[in-house]
Design a protein around this ligand. Structure first.
Ligand code: B3K
Ligand code: ZN
Length: 892
């Protein structure tokens, strides 16, 4: 058992184990309440480590027997989850039999039940909840697995690798035997025993091998697997074409399960997915769901090389596989979008993807990096590793890989990847190993200073200023950097920051760039390398004073501080040749307006802003998907982050007012836009159609916010007549985010239509939990959330339901959650405590919703602190929640 006060694990304490495992033979006699696991391991002495005992970890297990070479061990010591066994010689067979109770396992880590079937989740440390094992990623062993189960309940028996035997057993039971030819860490082990059916496809890999692809789901869902299958095939092709990486197994399986803590898991050859990221058909999934299915399928598939073939030496290196794999899936999605858009629209399509990714980074990672849980992409310590599957490790980690890609170029990066696999295939390595091969493959490219990105936490600030010298036609750009202090890390050193720069002339066109002392090469965007605290870059040969466009494409995960007046922002909103920066100019302008309105409830919406907004709205030359991004206001979480102190209620009031005003003043434009964006014909998931639907839905949102009669009528018709979920749900969202009397009836109709569809009901829960109040007399959203807790479709045991209802309320509805009377905070404590006893990982995720409490006004701080203390003092607190709440209260 884990103890209540989990010790802190330090990266610097890493030591190789004295004994590792060469082969594992697992036998599962599956039973819902008493599964017996027999584990035969060939343990071998590690020549690279100091002499010591065999170390195994086991948690929540009933140990039935343990032998070493068939004998009771001479000496066995236990402390917490750790078991140490003294053994002689160099090779011994350790056999452990354990009994586990999958039905009682509500943590969804280890072996558990979902709808009568058996499923596993082992990353990070779930395997020790199945059997005793050296549960560390640097122990890579070859697995053979035999599953035995009741045939009627579990006709399908799956594990990693290849099926090497199956047959009948007495008493209505049957068995299957699987062998994985590739050594792997135990976190990649998986089994599934359930009543499922598969969509199958056979494809050829680039070397001409035939492989069998399967997507396993419950019978009624077979008509929702096609998109996941297509996405898998596209991912395979992309990895072959882009990185020369081929599927290495004869069979690749995806299994969908409704109870799952996160999105999906890259178990070798047997990926297990949350149903949310597999199932999609037009009537139940939105365009965004389709996109997510594609990118999560790709992400897990790409892990086969970046994560599985080459894995992490220890969990501190998590970003080695996660940052790199997120970068790969982002590139894949961008390529897919660009391909669908054709040559003309490719740049805009890529920008739209980049904007999406940066929105996530700013909304989730920037606040994390500024709060009590701030950590470098490679943390130095943790209490509970599951708390470190963070936006920093994943999303900032991907940004760090992207910067390497920018610095080394496409080809240099590919050469580095090739060398990485040639050196480290089959190994468990570190982030240093990765960066070292990148350097070696690029003529010793100096990445020493770059490594600071792995060790420094906090979002760097880049402060830019420009000076125009009319007499000589030069423009001097001064860039300075600093990184604010983070908990436990006060002094920061300068980083290597690639800053992509363009200069826009008064005619709105990009100038050809020439740095002083360099030749003119016609380029209009240059990547400047900022490495010192402050540097100057002098551009020459300019005819008139330019407007700088900095950090194009978001070339580094930093906050850009640049003094730009409204007119300049409007100018860049209209003319910046870099679509990302054009979007960013609109965001900056909107941020400025909304924060001014939050600071002063009487501040009007500036006419100039409305005009700039209208110009974008009506610019038919712009791709609809891009316009939908540019016309969506900055996220509330990001805006709160930009406010000091954070005042969620004032911010919400400002957002309501701004949306209303934009809806009212541009009503005719929105109506025309909505009508122009209709997509005729049958639904197909295609980025071009998706962009039009997104823009039409956004138009409805503004019209509904303004209470526009014609807009609301259109929303209602669309809701009733829609042929697909994107339109139906978009219309419902518009109605719910309004004062329209049909609001409740629409929610009910939606519920009636989808009452048996768990994934669609998640949307229904989330929509209500995330609703704003458009009418001052309306009841607080908390009343609704409380009522929904007792809806028959809701369950605290199902993570998707928790994320939809509670997660949305805590994390995506700050204007309601932070109600001045503290009711939201008290509710939070209640729910975190309830979840803690059931599922610590899910509880800890919810707990994190209040970690940035010190940024709020004093009254809110007092309210939140009391609830944090209440949770900390509650009985049986898991290490997961204890770490989050403890760090939140500790502060810097
Ligand atoms: N590697 C898994 C995440 C496991 C989370 C464990 N708490 C999914 C992914 O990143 O692909
Ligand atoms: Zn991953």
């Amino acid at each position: 058992m884990k103890t209540e006060h989990a010790p802190t694990i330090q990266r610097a304490d890493y030591r190789p184990l004295s004994w590792t495992v060469e082969t594992v033979d697992l036998h599962f006699a599956l039973d819902p309440e008493a599964t017996v696991v027999t584990n035969r391991m060939l343990c071998v002495r590690n020549p690279d480590a100091d002499a010591g005992p065999i170390r195994l970890w086991g948690e929540d297990l009933k140990r039935l027997s343990l032998t070493v070479d068939g004998q009771a061990p001479a000496a066995l010591r236990e402390s917490g989850a750790l078991i140490e066994i003294d053994a002689g010689g160099d090779r011994v067979v350790v056999e452990v039999r354990t009994r586990i109770d999958p039905k009682a396992n509500t943590t969804l880590s280890g072996l558990y039940l979902s709808n009568g079937g058996f499923f596993t989740q082992c990353e990070a440390e779930g395997f020790r909840r199945i059997t005793c094992f050296p549960d560390r990623p640097d122990v890579m062993a070859r697995f053979t697995v035999t599953l035995e189960a009741d045939r009627a309940n579990c006709p399908v028996l799956l594990s990693n690798g290849n099926l090497i035997g199956q047959g009948e057993l007495p008493d209505g039971r049957h068995y299957a035997r699987w062998e994985d030819p590739f050594p792997k860490p135990c976190y990649l082990f998986a089994l599934v025993a359930a009543d499922l059916v598969a969509l199958e496809r056979t494809v050829q890999t680039m070397s001409g091998r035939e492989v069998l692809l399967q997507v396993w789901v419950e019978e009624g869902n077979l008509d929702r697997c096609g998109h996941a299958m297509d996405s898998l095939v596209h991912s395979m092709r992309w990895d072959e074409e882009t990185f020369g990486l081929e599927l290495d197994l004869d069979r690749f399986m995806i299994v969908a399960v409704a109870d799952f803590n996160m999105g999906a898991m890259e178990n070798k050859g047997l990926n297990i997915f949350n149903t949310k990221f597999v199932l999609a058909k037009p009537d139940t999934a939105t365009d965004i769901d389709y996109e997510h299915v594609e990118s999560v399928v790709a992400h897990e598939y790409f892990h086969n090389w970046t994560g599985n073939r080459v894995t992490c030496r220890d969990w501190f290196q998590l970003t080695l596989k996660e940052g790199l794999t997120v970068f790969r899936d982002q590139q894949f999605s961008a390529d897919m979008l660009a391909r669908a858009a054709g040559a003309e629209g490719a740049a805009s399509a890529r920008a739209v993807k980049r904007i999406d990714d940066v929105r996530v980074l700013r909304a989730a990672q920037f606040p994390e990096d500024a709060g009590p849980m701030a950590h470098p992409i490679r943390p130095d310590s943790y209490q509970e590793i599951n708390n470190f599957y963070t936006a920093t490790v994943y999303e900032k980690g991907a940004e760090v890989i992207r910067m390497l890609h920018t610095l080394l170029g496409q080809e240099g990066f590919r050469n580095g990847m090739d060398l990485y696999f040639s050196y480290h295939d089959g190994e468990a390595v570190t982030c240093d190993d990765f960066v070292e091969v990148m350097s070696e493959a690029n003529n010793g490219f100096d990445l020493d200073q770059f490594m600071r990105w792995y060790s420094q936490a906090g979002t760097p600030r880049v402060k830019a200023s420009g000076e125009w010298n009319a007499a000589v036609g030069s423009y001097t750009l001064t860039l300075a950097q600093y990184t604010p202090a983070t908990p436990g890390q006060h002094a920061k050193l300068p980083l290597v920051i690639p800053v992509a720069v363009g200069l826009i002339g008064p005619d709105g066109r990009d100038c050809a760039l020439r740095l002083d002392g360099e030749a003119q090469d016609g380029a209009t965007t240059r990547v400047l390398k900022l490495t010192a605290d402050e540097q100057r870059f002098r551009f020459v040969g300019l005819a008139a004073e330019p407007v700088p466009s900095l950090l194009r494409g978001f070339s580094a995960p930093v906050v850009l501080e640049l003094d730009e007046d409204d007119a300049r922002l409007a100018f860049r909103m209209a003319h910046d040749a870099d679509p990302f920066n054009r979007w960013d100019a609109a965001q900056r302008y909107a941020e400025r307006v909304v924060l001014a309105m939050a600071a002063d409830a009487a501040a009007p919406v500036p006419d100039a802003f409305v005009a700039a907004f209208r110009a974008l709205l009506g610019d038919g030359a712009l791709d609809p998907a891009f316009r939908a991004q540019a016309l969506a206001l900055p996220g509330e979480a990001y805006l709160l982050e930009r406010m000091a102190p954070a005042e969620p209620l004032a911010l919400r009031a400002a957002l309501v007012r701004l949306m209303r005003t934009l809806g009212e003043r541009l009503a005719a434009d929105w109506l025309a836009l909505f009508d122009a964006m209709q997509v005729p014909g049958e639904y197909r998931y295609h980025p071009a159609d998706a962009g039009r639907r997104a823009l039409a839905n956004l138009a409805l949102r503004y019209l509904a916010a303004a209470g526009d009669g014609e807009g609301l009528a259109r929303a209602q018709t669309r809701f009733e007549a829609a042929s697909n979920m994107t339109e139906r749900f978009g219309a419902l969202a518009a109605l719910v985010q309004s004062t329209h009397p049909a609001r409740e009836a629409a929610l009910e109709a939606f519920h009636a239509r989808y009452r048996d569809d768990a994934l669609v009901l998640d949307k229904w829960f989330a929509l209500q939990a995330g609703a704003w109040r458009w009418d001052d007399a309306a009841a607080p959203v908390l009343d609704r959330v409380r009522a929904l807790l007792s809806d028959p479709a809701f369950s605290l045991s199902n993570p998707n339901k928790v994320y939809a209802l509670l997660g949305t309320y805590f994390r995506a509805n700050p204007g309601e959650f932070h109600a001045a009377d503290g009711s939201g905070h008290a509710f939070w404590a209640e729910q975190v405590i309830a979840l803690n006893g059931r599922n610590p990982q899910v509880a800890a995720r919810m707990a994190r919703a209040l970690e940035s409490w010190r940024r709020f006004t004093p009254a809110l701080q007092a309210s939140i602190r009391a609830q944090l203390e209440r949770v900390l003092a509650s009985e049986g607190l898991s290490p997961d929640v204890a770490e989050v709440v403890g760090k939140a209260l500790d502060g810097a």
